[in-house]
Design a protein. Sequence first.
Length: 94
Amino acid sequence: MVNRLLILGATTETSNLVARANLLGVETFVVDPYPDAPAKKIATRAIDLDCNDIEGVCDLIEREAIEGVLPGCADVLVPAYLKVCKKAGLHCYV
């Protein structure tokens, strides 16, 4: 099981994903450029970072030993998700 999960985007809809991961005992990291994004309020760690900053996201993954990534509930983030997974060497579910 993944113990440290990065979720791209912090929309209201993504809050359900974060909450479920938290209930499973997963340490959740959420990145979104908006400081007050809803899912950030319930994540283990909330990071103000543009999800399209592939280098920045991959640096975070390495620095925090994150084991998995999901794109949250925003289809627009799928291209960034694909790039992050490829660069970080993590499994991609698309």
